[in-house]
Design a protein around this ligand. Structure first.
Ligand SMILES: NC(=O)c1ccc[n+]([C@@H]2O[C@H](COP(=O)([O-])OP(=O)(O)OC[C@H]3O[C@@H](n4cnc5c(N)ncnc54)[C@H](OP(=O)(O)O)[C@@H]3O)[C@@H](O)[C@H]2O)c1
Length: 334
């Protein structure tokens, strides 16, 4: 595993982050796709293989069920509990944890948002579930139009001063909001976010010239989510691949967003390119991010140990800037 400075924070983190969105509680055909024991095994295996960075969220994974279009809170916080249980007993200095706040975690009017009341309540609950004294990276999971960013930033700064979090970051914000947050540095003593978390992969490059670029220009690290376009870039949906229990089976919006006719030709070429480099598709897609810029940290969302092991080897794949360019050109920019 390779380790790099997490942007300006200076904290050394593994080049890959383990995500927990789909780990513990997605139910497929009435069965838990990855149960608690398997999740703990996955987290510990990642740790043993050198991953020292784990991403979770207070809402994972119980709020909005896209299958039934209903809201249930049954599994809110389950991922945090499992991360806490898996890492309990490990030296706290040896890993970093990111978790998130903002999404709806309960039925009360203030059980959501980036306002001070909810953030206070949420961090206390997250720490309890994680069984930790502090969170390394605390993320505002999305924009909250009702909460002024000065209040949100100030609240995050207070949590930093109290030692409950080390740094805060923003996820799923518009570039306009991101710049507003960054401009807070001109209004001392408000400290702006120290990193971002956004979606970026060879197929979905909407944020390339906005959030990703702004983060890089400001020496902020970018935690990259869905680096494999939820499995599409790993070749999960080629006819010859084993395709049982895949995300596509239970996510109604999946095909429309990630897998469409225009991608199919590019994916064929991508597969050939991976063969010629003697890597797998997932390794090549992750290597495109890792070799692309020094501030990108893919969050891998493996649901099986074999996927985790395969993806970790992407850190051994080096790509020249020419090869990065060829891969970038291979996909239509969206
Ligand atoms: N901030 C946010 O709003 C936000 C949003 C989304 C995600 N995230 C974070 O980012 C993490 C990663 O997101 P993601 O799960 O969408 O990432 P992803 O890496 O794009 O997709 C992961 C899926 O790809 C498939 N896959 C992975 N490795 C594979 C391999 N070697 N071979 C074949 N298939 C493979 C698996 O699909 P199957 O399960 O179908 O096999 C797996 O579930 C999440 O866990 C979460 O921590 C954050």
């Amino acid at each position: 595993m390779k380790y790099k400075s997490f942007g300006k924070t200076g904290i050394k983190v593994s080049q890959l982050i383990l995500g927990t969105w789909y780990l513990p509680n997605r139910i497929v055909n009435g069965k838990r796709k990855v149960n608690k024991e398997a999740s703990i095994k996955m987290i510990r295996k990642a740790y043993d293989l050198g991953i020292n960075f784990f991403d979770t969220a207070d809402v994972y994974r119980g709020v909005y069920d896209r299958d039934t279009f209903t809201t249930n809170f049954e599994n809110v916080g389950l991922a945090e509990r499992i991360v806490g249980e898996a890492l309990k007993g490990y030296d706290r200095e040896s890993f970093v944890v990111a978790t998130k706040v903002m999404g709806r975690t309960g039925p009360l009017i203030n059980d959501a948002g980036a306002n001070r009341k909810h953030i206070r309540n949420a961090i206390a609950k997250s720490l309890e579930r994680l069984q930790m004294d502090y969170v390394d990276f605390y993320i505002i999971h999305g924009p909250d139009e009702d909460a002024g960013i000065e209040h949100t930033a100030k609240t995050m700064n207070i949590l930093e001063e109290e030692g409950l979090i080390l740094h805060y970051g923003v996820s799923n914000h518009s570039v306009h909001d991101l710049v507003k947050f960054l401009n807070l540095r001109y209004f001392e003593p408000l400290e702006p976010p120290g990193f971002i978390q956004d979606k970026y992969n060879l197929i979905e490059r909407k944020l390339e010239d906005t959030n990703i670029k702004v983060a890089e220009d400001n020496s902020l690290a970018s935690m990259i989510y869905s680096p494999l376009a939820q499995g599409v870039l790993a070749g999960r949906y080629f006819q010859d691949s084993k395709n049982t229990d895949s995300r596509k089976e239970y996510e109604k919006w999946f095909e429309k967003n990630q897998l469409n006719e225009s991608n199919k030709n590019s994916l064929e070429k991508f597969k050939e390119y991976a063969n010629s480099k003697d890597t797998s598709m997932s390794q090549l897609a992750l290597a495109w991010l890792i070799n692309n810029g020094k501030y990108l940290f893919p969050i891998i969302g493996a649901t099986r140990l074999e996927q985790l092991e395969e993806n970790i080897e992407s850190t051994e794949v080096s790509l020249s800037s020419e090869e990065i360019g060829e891969l970038t050109e291979m996909f239509e920019r969206k």
